[in-house]
Design a protein around this ligand. Structure first.
Ligand SMILES: [Mn+2]
Length: 320
């Protein structure tokens, strides 16, 4: 519901759509994800939502949030070229204009870009990951510059992401046996869904806070969720995490005020695998809740609230 703008001079947080779709291993159509999420987000988000202690979340009162729309990569038939086009936009948004980003993917390739630029601004980042997959494939495993499984290893190598401040929850399914050794070698902390479910969300929260510390941190979500909540992704994985369990962990981390969230994404939503629009609600709601957290931390870091300005809001619309 936030205003469309590419005027970054008057923005703190920029919502960006990144249409990566080329290296989804099974289901595809992620390039339509930002459009579907944006459309549904107008249905029930953007007003007020209960937070805690009788307070409500109104992120637009805390930070200047703009919707950048989707980066246009039409005609980029080569994935490396597409990453570079998206990277140019993010470099402008983050490195030139100093904004934080909330990114809608796109398949998992998406993450490489915001992690890279936010990691250059805040280097290095910590990372709270809800994912069914390690995504720690290295160039030695699979010699392609960019794909949906190497974004963390590449950012470790480039110094933008700190493996020892990274915690992964919900790892199972595709590639787990092959890549699991890399997590230990890099020093990444990982938990499988069974281990997560055996823990109270507050216990998991303590482990997350211990892992990432109080440095700048990035968070993502989606295919860690059980296929009941999300099967419209590249690689749906049954026996994953419960959506409410994930929200409880996110909620307790935010409430602790011990983690400094500087950026986030929700990737992997593939709308053509969601014809009844069952899963888009979870993806849009998580997006909203995480955006509220970024705005709260932005206002805390700034020491001042910067309300979003809607030039065409009801009450100030002109026909001239
Ligand atoms: Mn995944």
């Amino acid at each position: 519901m936030t205003p469309f703008s590419r005027d970054m001079a008057n923005a703190d947080i920029v919502v960006v759509g990144a249409p990566f779709d080329k290296s989804a291993p099974m289901n595809a159509s992620h390039k339509y994800g930002p459009k579907a999420l944006r459309e549904l987000s107008k249905n029930f988000m953007g007003t007020t939502e209960p937070w805690m202690d009788g307070k409500f979340d109104v992120p637009f009162d805390l930070a200047r949030i703009v919707d950048y729309g989707q980066v246009d990569t039409y005609g980029c038939f080569d994935l490396s070229q597409e990453v570079e086009v998206v990277m140019e936009h993010f470099e402008k948004i983050v490195l030139e204009d100093g904004c934080s980003t909330f990114t809608w993917g796109g398949d998992h390739t998406t993450r490489y870009v915001p992690l890279n630029v936010l990691g250059k601004l805040h280097a290095p980042l910590g990372c709270i990951l809800f994912d069914a997959h390690y995504d720690l494939v290295t160039y030695a495993d699979f010699p392609y510059r960019y794909h949906s499984g190497n974004q963390f290893a590449k950012n470790f190598a480039e110094g933008t992401l700190d493996p020892e401040r990274m915690i992964q929850m919900g790892i199972h399914g595709r590639m787990t046996g092959l890549v699991g050794g890399h997590a230990k070698s890099f020093g990444v902390t990982s938990y499988m869904p069974d281990e997560c479910r055996d823990m109270h969300p507050k216990e998991m929260t303590s482990k997350v806070i211990e892992a990432v510390g109080d440095g700048p941190t990035y968070i993502f979500d989606l295919d860690a969720l059980d296929a009941i909540y999300i099967s419209a992704s590249s690689a749906a994985e049954p026996f994953g995490l419960d959506a409410n369990w994930c929200w409880d962990v996110i909620r307790h981390i935010r409430a602790s005020e011990k983690v400094n969230l500087v950026g986030a994404d929700v990737v992997e939503y593939a709308p053509q695998n969601d014809p009844a629009k069952t899963f888009v609600y979870v993806a849009a709601a998580l997006s909203w809740k995480i955006l509220c957290w970024i705005a709260a931390d932005m206002a805390k870091n700034n020491g001042v609230d910067h309300p979003t300005v809607w030039e065409q809001a009801l009450g100030s619309v002109t026909l001239g």
